[in-house]
Design a protein around this ligand. Structure first.
Ligand code: CMP
Length: 141
């Protein structure tokens, strides 16, 4: 399988729960390497830009409200099949549907407060990594 870099965000609920270390440990245990990371409190404008593909969706405003409600921890994960591997670790978007043992099953409270975000395709991963880590995106293209 190809070596990939994907973007992961620990959302405000996960940061508020003091769960950054526990979630990062899961990525590392699954063979994903954290190749860039930072804690950031997104402005509304940044959150809207990051989630621009969802602009027309009915949940957009609530999702943005939630994403700016506190700091998030953003990281780029690198490894074999990193995009799918990260999505497997996260579990389904809606925590009620997330398989037992996944990050969302363990840490998420609702579909907005769902602990983590992860890129969903190679193209999204490129755009999302570049959004937060432009230099890394150039080096790892
Ligand atoms: P995320 O993977 O960060 O991408 C968009 C986010 O919108 C998603 O996780 C959810 O937290 C949030 N969201 C809220 N309602 C929905 C919905 N009905 N479908 C998909 N995502 C939703």
């Amino acid at each position: 399988m190809a070596m990939e870099t994907t973007l992961s965000i620990l959302k405000p609920d996960a940061v508020r729960k003091n769960a950054i270390g526990q979630i990062l440990a899961r990525f590392e245990a699954a063979g994903l390497q954290i190749v860039a990371a930072r804690l950031v409190h997104l402005s509304r404008r940044e959150a809207e830009a990051f989630y621009a593909v969802h602009r027309e969706r009915p949940f957009f405003k609530d999702m943005v409200d939630f994403m700016v409600s506190g700091p998030v921890f953003v990281q780029a994960l690198y490894g074999e099949g990193a995009i799918a591997r990260n999505r497997d670790l996260m579990g389904a978007t809606d925590p009620k549907k997330a398989a037992p043992g996944t990050i969302r099953a363990e840490f998420a409270d609702s579909i907005d407060a769902n602990a983590v975000h992860g890129s969903d395709s190679a193209e999204t991963a490129r755009t999302e990594v570049a959004f937060f880590f432009p230099t890394l995106a150039i080096h790892r293209r």
